[in-house]
Design a protein around this ligand. Structure first.
Ligand code: URA
Length: 273
């Protein structure tokens, strides 16, 4: 009995290690650091959630990393749910000081789209987090990757950039463009969830592994998640590669184009002339 229990524990530990490695390789492949074949599906149960930190009695927000402060997540959710429109939500986001990114940001980056990202659209692109240009201008996807995204929207889909919405999982720039931490994502998620509800798009297009895994609550690789339509809360999700990755790996643009055509079919959009 004891031996079987020990074997089971070892298998669980191994499966967790394999999943972690697969997720990391997927992230690196997404950023163009390594190129890997899609990892096998892990059959073991999902790992337990990250440990939660107790809310501090007072003082500044806990540093990014590790578990988010549940009281602050709940407060952000309350604020987001109480906000009736996108103009109000943009103001709530601009005032957010729930994590340490508020200390280093120039400004929050809410969205781009009709009325400065406060209008409804049929499509919502979702990136990872603002970079330096976005932090300076307060608009998502305005750098080189942003220009490629604009080309995808305008030349590929035949839409104008103002006809779609563009946002990020995080509304503040992580210093040195490091990856968002789980705590930062947890704190910003109430804003993204409410933003999705209020924009009310038919199709969500997460860009890159971070946004895709976050939206689909998955640890699978980009290779496994893209190329098909997922459902999230009654909305279609069509993941594709991040434009920054496509700039580094132009040969993958044809795969992105397949994803965009899939999204266009879901939207009933024809190919632009
Ligand atoms: N990359 C992102 O994920 N978002 C931006 O807004 C810019 C670059």
């Amino acid at each position: 009995m004891e031996n079987r229990a020990q074997d089971g524990a070892r298998q669980d530990e191994l499966a967790t290690l394999v999943r972690g490695l697969a997720a990391e390789l997927g992230r690196q492949a997404d950023r163009g650091v390594v190129r890997v074949a899609a990892p096998p599906r892990a059959s073991a149960p999902a790992p337990p959630p990250a440990p939660r930190q107790a809310p501090p009695a007072s003082g500044p927000a806990p540093d990014a990393g590790g578990g988010a402060d549940p009281a602050r997540v709940a407060e952000n959710r309350r604020l987001a749910l109480e906000t009736a429109d996108l103009v109000g939500l943009k103001a709530v986001v601009a005032a957010c000081r729930a994590c340490a990114l508020c200390e280093t940001r120039t400004q929050t980056v809410f969205a781009d789209g009709p009325d400065g990202g406060t209008g409804k659209t049929r499509v919502l692109f979702i990136g990872e987090a603002p970079g330096q240009n976005e932090d300076e201008q307060g608009v998502p996807f305005v750098g080189r990757a942003g220009q490629l995204l604009t080309d995808i929207i305008e030349k590929g889909m035949g839409l104008s950039r103002r006809e779609v919405s563009i946002a990020n999982v995080l509304k503040c720039r992580p210093p040195d463009n490091r990856d968002p931490t789980p705590a930062e994502k947890a704190l910003c998620t109430p804003f993204l969830d409410r933003q999705i509800e209020l924009i009310d798009p038919e199709v969500l297009i997460p860009l890159g592994l971070h946004a895709t895994q976050h939206l689909l609550d998955s640890t699978e690789s980009m290779g496994r998640l893209r190329g098909r339509v997922h459902m999230r809360g009654g909305r279609k999700v069509v993941p594709t590669y991040h434009p920054a990755f496509l700039l580094r790996s132009p040969s993958m643009k044809k795969e992105c184009w397949k994803d965009i055509q899939l999204a266009m079919r879901e939207l009933g959009l024809g190919r632009p002339k």
